[in-house]
Design a protein around this ligand. Structure first.
Ligand code: FDA
Length: 303
């Protein structure tokens, strides 16, 4: 509830101006975001690689409203892929469909994705598609459905909090899809999304079982220990090895657990966001945890 309220408040332009202009927020920004530049993210991923953790490179930015913006984001991703090739870091790349123009031109968005997927595939790098607000879910799954014909390694994120997700997923059963399973990070109404933690967890577990049975190389993206344990047991139950699935977490969250899982022989990837458009991403991270919200508000008030 507090999280929903915070997401609503954070959409007010005055709040955005206050937060983005304040130097006081630097500490919390640095905790969750690798830096403004691609090189900052590459450096973080290089460090993660030395700990046995793979990266998921994410250029911050969403809700792009014009073709120039979508083209610019595509060019930035192509530059990032080139840089990954030059540095040899172990990372995938994760892209928000609205960054490539999904909200105004699905065809153009698919074209941009195709270019990114082609360049990434050429250097044996995987592409992942983020999932955003519910109004974009159907179009995003269409993009995935089309792309995975030519690029079967592409991975789609899906949200356990959406009531419709099991039905959507079932439509992909025949292709044994590569999926990243997340709880869901946006404020959605009760008609569309479970609101109670227990209900979201139940659906998350149902979807874990589905992915181990009918998916390919499932990625379980959560910091929730009980769901990670559930995935580990699902692997044992279905005869999967520790390396037959992936555990994904966010940069700056539960870093000790990430390391412990690697030491136990699991495959771990960390989502590493970079860029100057960090505001909505940071607000979602703050909304996820009351302690983050209190820390953040205290920082702003105390100065
Ligand atoms: P939950 O929020 O219940 O957290 C469990 C525990 O983890 C907490 O008790 C706390 O200890 C720790 N924790 C979680 N979040 C924290 C935070 N921000 N700060 C500090 N501690 C925290 N969502 C989406 O809608 N579309 C997407 O494409 C993606 N992509 C994505 C990729 C990856 C790799 C991850 C890990 C997550 C996403 N998400 C996402 C975000 C996801 O939907 C969800 O909002 C967050 O992962 C938080 O939910 P948890 O499953 O971690 O559980």
């Amino acid at each position: 509830m507090l999280g929903h309220l915070w997401l609503w408040v954070s959409e007010k332009p005055r709040v955005e101006r206050l937060v983005t202009k304040s130097r006081l927020t630097k500490g919390i920004v640095n905790r969750f975001i690798a830096g403004d530049d691609l090189e900052d993210a590459i450096e973080v991923i290089r460090r993660l690689n030395t700990q046995g953790i793979g990266g998921i490179l994410d250029l911050l930015g969403e809700g792009v409203k014009d073709p120039e913006g979508a083209q610019a984001a595509t060019d930035d991703y192509l530059r990032a892929i080139k840089r990954v090739e030059e540095t040899g870091v172990d990372t995938t790349i994760s892209v928000k469909p609205t960054q490539l123009g999904l909200s105004f031109d699905k065809g153009q968005c698919i074209d941009h994705f195709r270019r990114i997927a082609a360049e990434a595939t050429a250097i044996d790098m995987r592409v992942e598609i983020d999932i955003e607000q519910s109004e974009f879910v159907l179009d995003t799954l269409d993009v995935f459905r089309i792309l995975q014909i030519d690029y079967p390694d592409i991975r789609q994120a899906i949200q356990a909090y959406l009531r419709r997700t099991p039905v959507d997923l079932e439509t992909f059963a025949a292709v044994k899809p590569r999926i990243r399973l997340v709880k869901g990070a946006y404020a959605e109404p009760d008609e569309l999304a479970f609101q109670k933690g227990s209900e979201i967890d139940n659906q998350f577990k149902f979807l874990i079982d589905w992915l181990f049975e009918k998916g390919t190389d499932p990625a379980i993206a959560t910091h929730d220990s009980k769901l990670i344990d559930y995935a580990r047991f699902a692997a044992v139950r279905t005869g999967a090895e520790k390396t037959d699935f992936e555990i994904q977490m966010l940069y700056g969250v539960r870093t000790k657990l990430q390391q412990e899982l690697v030491e136990q022989g699991y495959r771990v990837r960390t989502y590493v966001p970079y860029g100057s458009a960090w505001y909505p991403y940071l607000m979602r991270r703050i909304a996820e945890r009351p302690a983050n919200l209190l820390f953040f508000l205290r920082t702003l008030v105390r100065g």
